[in-house]
Design a protein around this ligand. Structure first.
Ligand SMILES: Nc1nc2c(ncn2[C@@H]2O[C@H](COP(=O)(O)OP(=O)(O)OP(=O)(O)O)[C@@H](O)[C@H]2O)c(=O)[nH]1
Length: 209
C-alpha cells in the first residue's frame, strides 16, 4: 500500500494511567519491538500501521471482502485528565490498565463517549510481571463484562495478546461501520437499495464510527 492507498482511516486511542505501558504497547503493535525505557509521553503522539481487514459474517466465516485500513494509534499522556481533554467522538479506544490497579476507566469512558456503546477494549498490560500482580484475571474480567467490553491480558515485553487486542477493536469498529452502511437510506428516493461497506468511498464518513 502506498501513502494514500487505503479504504479506511481508523483512529484508535490508548488511554490509561501513566506508566501502564501505552507507548510501549503501541510500539510493540506497530514495530514488534519492546522498549524497556520509561520516557513519559508529553501531550499526545501517534503511531501508524497499515493492515488488510478481512470482513466476516456473524458466524465468523470470511465474506471474501477485504479492505485496506490505515490505522492511526494515538498515544496519550497518562498523567493528564484525559476525559476532559480528548474529543472521544473521533476515536475508538484501547483502555490500558496495569493489572495492579482496579480499572476505573470503562464507566467514565461510556459517560463521555460519542454513542451509547462505544467501541472499547480493556487491556490489562504487563502480564509478564506475574509476581507483582494484584488484580486477578477473574476480577478484571468481571469489570469488563459489566460494561460488555472485551478484555485482554497483554505483555508489551513478550508481545502476548497485543495484536489480538488491537485486531478485536478494529473488528468491532468495522462491524459497526458495516451495520451503519447496511441500513436502508432514510429517503427511499435517494437510493434504490442498501449501501454496502464495499460501496463506500475511501475516507467517507457513514456514521459516528
Ligand atoms: N515488563 C513489562 N514492562 C512494560 C510493559 N509495558 C510497558 N512496560 C514498561 O513500563 C514502563 C512505562 O511504559 P510506557 O509505555 O512509557 O507507559 P505509558 O503508559 O505510555 O506512560 P505515560 O507516557 O507516562 O502515560 C516502561 O519502562 C516500559 O518498558 C510490559 O508489558 N511488561
Amino acid at each position: 500500500m502506498t501513502d494514500g492507498d487505503y479504504d479506511y482511516l481508523i483512529k484508535l486511542l490508548a488511554l490509561g494511567d501513566s506508566g501502564v505501558g501505552k507507548t510501549t504497547f503501541l510500539y510493540r503493535y506497530t514495530d514488534n519491538k519492546f522498549n524497556p525505557k520509561f520516557i513519559t509521553t508529553v501531550g499526545i503522539d501517534f503511531r501508524e500501521k497499515r493492515v488488510v481487514y478481512t470482513s466476516s459474517n456473524t458466524n465468523g466465516t470470511a465474506t471474501g471482502k477485504t479492505f485496506k485500513v490505515h490505522l492511526q494509534l494515538w498515544d496519550t499522556a497518562g498523567q493528564e485528565r484525559w476525559a476532559a481533554f480528548f474529543p472521544l467522538s473521533y476515536f475508538h479506544v484501547i483502555c490500558l490498565q496495569l493489572l495492579l490497579l482496579i480499572c476505573k476507566f470503562p464507566g467514565q469512558l461510556q459517560a463521555n463517549a460519542y454513542c451509547e456503546s462505544p467501541d472499547i477494549v480493556l487491556v490489562g498490560n504487563k502480564v509478564d510481571l506475574a509476581d507483582q500482580r494484584e488484580v486477578q484475571e477473574k476480577q478484571a474480567k468481571e469489570l469488563a463484562d459489566k460494561y460488555g467490553i472485551p478484555y485482554f491480558e497483554t505483555s508489551a515485553a513478550t508481545g502476548a495478546e497485543v495484536d489480538k487486542a488491537v485486531i478485536t477493536l478494529l473488528d468491532l469498529v468495522m462491524k459497526r461501520m458495516e451495520q451503519c452502511v447496511d441500513k436502508p437510506p432514510a429517503d427511499p428516493a435517494s437510493g434504490n437499495g442498501t449501501t454496502k461497506l464495499s460501496d463506500a468511498q475511501p475516507g467517507e464518513k457513514k456514521c459516528a464510527c
